[in-house]
Design a protein around this ligand. Structure first.
Ligand code: AMP
Length: 409
């Protein structure tokens, strides 16, 4: 309970007013609790249909267009800390062995998380900018090196005018607030952020192997051992998130990056919410991955919880193994099929994998297999060798009994 309260207090108190907002405008300082962004998350995959966010009266907060004031920074830089890679690896190792420890769990602490190095005030001149890594809807991402520490990272550059135009300042703010408080090997780290007059810079963990989506398109579908390792890592990351009362709500291959060692990293927290009461009532995300309870929002019984991520995990698993999402169709038909849970798992998918998909894609959110059981499912255990369980252990998952040796992607 203390955990929930401290996280809530922190999310209430943390704002990016120091970079985006006039500190003399108190009304803008405090983030409205429960407000959600109003535009789809940015993804490079143009082929995927995006559902426009539909705000519902019950949960609607006024969505005023951003004032020029909001994007006019005070000329100070945000105090942030950029850990060295060694420190970062150490923190990942520590969280791997003791995920719930207050030392490794910044969200469990009422005070700011322990930082491996002294706080620094960052500015662009401190980074050597390398090759472009990609382009999203609102900015570009570059490989970068922090000069004094040689720390390699990805620098995401967001243009304030574009955020303002797209009315996504709140979404970005939420993304920064949530992501900077998460530390898990399968979740992309956000080390800090700073700004200049026109841009916001996010210092992100570098995911050396790029987008999972591209790997999937290239491979068409993943072999079951690899898919199982990915699903185990996803389950571990989601368990960690849900333990912090954060639901991602936009799980799909486009929002997953791959680290240098082939480990997956959930990114793009634009749609995630911190919801301690576990109930939100807003429609967002990508159509193919929407769970049935989000198809018809607006009524109490359609409110949804972090179990939306379980459904999306089922869709993800299906797409990993089959190469396309289970309800892919025309938009109207996709919605209809999701609402009925109408899908067919092809015969080439193993019986064990089929079983897990069916346990995740359950219409009633309460009937979906819990993440702990996903980690212990026979299909996952079969394909994850002991050494590969590192990523699962981080969230307190049980040791695997599975011994089969598999290749990593
Ligand atoms: P985004 O604006 O977050 O959608 O990022 C645009 C593209 O940049 C992504 O699709 C990736 O290809 C690439 N990218 C973003 N963040 C990273 C990162 N941390 N490491 C490596 N590549 C990244």
């Amino acid at each position: 309970m203390a955990d929930i309260q401290s996280l809530e207090q922190r999310l209430e108190s943390i704002t990016v007013q120091d970079e985006n907002y006039d500190s003399n405008a108190p009304a803008e300082k405090t983030k409205a609790k429960g407000t959600l962004a109003t535009a789809p998350s940015h993804s490079t995959a143009q082929s995927r249909l995006k559902l426009p966010l539909q705000k519902l009266p019950a949960n609607t907060t006024t969505n005023k267009p951003a004032t020029a004031n909001q994007l006019n920074p005070v000329p100070t830089l945000t105090k942030i800390t950029l850990p060295s890679q060694a420190a970062q690896q150490h923190s990942q190792r520590t969280s791997a062995t003791n995920p719930a420890s207050p030392d490794t769990d910044p969200l469990a602490l009422p005070t700011l998380p322990k930082q491996p190095t002294l706080p620094k005030q960052f500015h662009l001149g401190m980074f050597e900018i390398g090759k472009p890594l990609g382009k999203g809807k609102f900015g570009r991402v570059y490989l970068a090196r922090e000069r004094s520490t040689n720390f390699i990272c990805a620098l995401k550059v967001l243009h304030k005018s574009e955020l303002q135009q797209g009315k996504v300042e709140k979404q970005v703010r939420r993304e920064i607030e949530i992501q900077s408080n998460l530390a898990h090997p399968n979740i992309l780290r956000l080390y800090g952020h700073f700004h200049d007059t026109k841009r916001i810079f996010l210092i992100l963990e570098y995911a050396g192997k790029g987008e999972l989506y591209k790997h999937l398109r290239k491979a068409q579908r993943f072999p079951e051992p690899l898919a199982a390792q990915y699903i185990a890592q996803m389950a571990s990351a989601l368990k960690y998130l849900h333990g912090k009362h954060v639901m991602h709500r936009d799980i799909k291959p486009e929002n997953i990056l791959v680290g240098l060692h082939g480990e997956i990293k959930i990114s793009d927290f634009g749609w995630s919410v911190h919801a301690p009461n576990n109930r939100r009532n807003t429609m967002c995300g990508t159509l193919d991955y929407l769970p049935p309870e989000m198809i018809k929002p607006g009524r109490e019984e359609n409110w949804y919880s972090e179990k939306v991520d379980l459904w999306s995990l089922g869709v993800l698993m299906f797409e990993f193994l089959v190469g396309e999402a289970p309800f892919e169709d025309t938009p109207v038909m996709t919605q209809r099929r999701i609402a009925r849970g109408e899908m067919t798992v092809p015969g080439f998918v193993s019986a064990e994998a089929r079983d897990l998909i069916k346990r995740l894609l359950v219409l009633d959110p309460a009937g979906r297999i819990p993440l702990e059981e996903v980690e212990r499912h026979g299909w996952v255990l079969r394909h994850c060798v002991k050494g590969e369980r590192h990523f699962q252990r981080t969230s307190g998952g049980k040791e695997s009994g599975g011994k089969e040796k598999v290749e990593r992607g």
